[in-house]
Write a protein that binds this ligand. Sequence first.
Ligand SMILES: Nc1ncnc2c1ncn2[C@@H]1O[C@H](COP(=O)(O)OP(=O)(O)OP(=O)(O)O)[C@@H](O)[C@H]1O
Ligand SMILES: [Mg+2]
Length: 250
Amino acid sequence: MKELFKKHSGLKEVRFILAVGSGKGGVGKSTLCAMLSLALRETGYYVGIFDLDFYGPNVGILLGVEKERPLIEFGKIKPVITEGIKILSLAPFVSEKEGIFMRGPMAQSLVRELAEKTEWGPLDFLILDLPPGTGDIFLTVLDLIPLDGFILVTTAHKLALSDTKRTYNLLKENKVPVLGIIKNMKNLWKEGEEWEAFLNEEKLNCLLEIPFLKSFSEKENLKNLTEVLEVKEILKTLSNKILEKVFRIH
Ligand SMILES: Nc1ncnc2c1ncn2[C@@H]1O[C@H](COP(=O)(O)OP(=O)(O)OP(=O)(O)O)[C@@H](O)[C@H]1O
Ligand SMILES: [Mg+2]
């Protein structure tokens, strides 16, 4: 059913669809999506990012294209392209002076419409930047889009981990392949016993531990940071880990 939807939608030429999510807000999902896109692109893959956080669309800021509008022609949407990375986000259509009003059913139909009408073209990886939690957008994605891998991002803080566990259980119930978990801003929170216990119990891999990077708090456009030594190293490890996992599963 989901494969059929993919075949008849703008996703038809995408090899792997990876989702990045967490139960918790503000743990670095969008940052990780931008990092992963840069890392995979650097390795030579064709990559796109689908910003599904309709209420807080900010992937464009992280890649310096927040004002560029996707082209809409004959009912089809052409993503914005920067450094060879294709990006679709609602941000350029909504002024920061306005709040975003969108009730569940509208968000659900927008997920479907954007997935159907966006011309991604041939891509190796499409990365879905999900909103926090497991609400309407998250559930519609699970219903509609065949995911080749889900990357959980969280901090080690007990609150974030608690929400992440819930999200993980939902993914498990829905048989979504979880590639592993990324611990972000690792030096800011001390890891409690429950971290190791959760990973052991679920036989989950901690794919990567990312420290709090000062450069990220100074510059928001990550394209300008790829040559910073510590960022460069993290991007390399990130793409290696994700590629290893994806190609092992598929
Ligand atoms: N490793 C890091 N080092 C420094 N700052 C970081 C790091 N990861 C994320 N941040 C910062 O933390 C904040 C939240 O990150 P981000 O917006 O990516 O989180 P999110 O999970 O996508 O949030 P939301 O739930 O609102 O979508 C941003 O200001 C970002 O720059
Ligand atoms: Mg986000």
